[in-house]
Design a protein around this ligand. Structure first.
Ligand SMILES: C[S@@+](CC[C@H](N)C(=O)[O-])C[C@H]1O[C@@H](n2cnc3c(N)ncnc32)[C@H](O)[C@@H]1O
Length: 244
């Protein structure tokens, strides 16, 4: 299928505006809304990213760098670790945080677009993504181009490790999760950040996001050879690992 790669300049998109106007309290809100569990999920993703002893790892949509830093803390000095994001303010914070965490030398943060990753074909052993997959796949024309781009930069057998919100299979748990997102999480995010729109989008997109089976199907249709899934927090969050 012929796929059009969108223009990497996304300055007019609402999502780009939202991630550029990142509130100073961004990390705090993530920790509060996830009841402090987001750190553990990223650390788990970092462990999985490093399982096959990669040389080159990319954190796609790295934001303020938490997954990149987790990977760098666990990796030996031979692993080349890069965080990529299209928001300069996020990247500035990521660099400062990596320095403070003592992994500034082991990490590189680059400005870029998920549909136009600045690496040659087959260069990467692993692409990790934490909580940015939804932004790149849910109701957006970036979905197929971004998956094709991740496949392009991965070596055959390379891994795409995705930690993202999901839909609990149990109907009662799913209803409670949606209620939590639309009430507590949305209100906490709005109050701390003073940005109502951003946290309404977060609650809506998390409540309506795909099931783990739909994500799996999406990854297989994009040409990944196999996909495994591990539910976290009763399935409200999950980790897909897709093999290129
Ligand atoms: C919800 S944040 C997650 C950040 C981080 N990975 C984390 O675990 O907290 C999503 C990130 O993806 C970035 N992003 C969204 N769309 C992007 C795109 N098309 N290209 C590059 N980065 C993108 C945003 O700027 C933002 O930093």
């Amino acid at each position: 299928m012929a796929m059009e790669i969108p223009n990497p300049s996304r300055k007019s998109e609402p999502l780009h505006g939202m991630f550029t106007a990142v509130p100073p309290s961004y990390d705090l809100i993530n920790h509060v809304v996830s009841l402090g569990m987001d750190r553990r999920w990223r650390r788990l993703a970092a462990v999985v990213c490093l399982e096959e002893k990669p040389r080159h790892v990319l954190d796609l949509g790295c934001g303020t760098g938490d997954l990149t830093i987790s990977i760098a803390r666990l990796a030996d000095e031979h692993v080349e670790i890069t965080g990529l994001d299209y928001s300069q303010p996020m990247l500035e914070r990521a660099r400062k945080k990596a320095d403070r965490a003592g992994v500034g030398e082991k990490t590189k943060f680059i400005h870029g677009e998920a549909t136009n990753i600045p690496f040659p074909d087959g260069h990467l052993d692993c692409v990790g993504i934490s909580f940015a997959f939804r932004n790149l796949t849910y109701k957006t024309p970036l979905c197929l181009p971004h998956l094709a781009e991740v496949k392009r930069v991965l070596k055959p057998g390379g891994r795409y490790v995705i930690v993202e919100s999901s839909q609990p299979e149990n109907r009662v748990i799913r209803a409670l999760f949606h209620l939590y997102m639309r009430t507590v999480a949305q209100s906490v995010g709005t109050i701390i950040s003073a940005n109502r729109g951003a946290y309404r989008y977060l609650a809506e997109s998390m409540s309506r996001f795909y099931t783990q089976a739909e994500v799996r199907e999406m990854l297989l249709s994009a040409g990944f050879r196999s996909v495994s899934y591990r539910p976290l927090l009763l399935g409200a969050v999950g980790m897909h690992v897709a093999i290129s």
